[in-house]
Design a protein around this ligand. Sequence first.
Ligand SMILES: [Fe+2]
Length: 176
Amino acid sequence: MSLLSYDPDLSETEILEELSLWGRSLSQAYLASARSALEKLVGRQNLLAPYQLERRKGGYARTLLFNDGGMSVYAIVWSPFCETSIHDHHCSCCFGILKGSLEEIWFRPIGESQVVVAERAIRPPEYIACMLPSNSKIHQMRNSSSEEAISIHIYGFDHNMHGSSILREYKLASGV
Ligand SMILES: [Fe+2]
């Protein structure tokens, strides 16, 4: 059950402040609240209008939208055909697709640092995912199209304490 109210008149900042009040506990209730916040945000056409978004040619770039010392919210702009490393997270990770689509690839670990592909899916506009950290949740995000994509991410970390949400990076096993 979500802990958030459903006041449709809340501003984007008020939505995130309300989510922040409930803490970043590693609980299903927090995830439900983060999902509710993202559901409210991804449909807003002008959500990112006040921001000068970072872009990186051939890669992806983050713009910090909100931070309260324990929760960091970013917009990420994905260049065509760019991708993240294969990674897991040290914190909760929730995201929603604002524009374009992203491919998400899930992996199964074999040994300490190698993985094999377990599942692939295309995440369309307004798709939302919320997950708690776990080393069994190893994934990679990729813009598989020739169009720019934009997503919004709510991470349970303070951006002053951590450079990113990534815990460990993995290599694709060859010949498996
Ligand atoms: Fe991730």
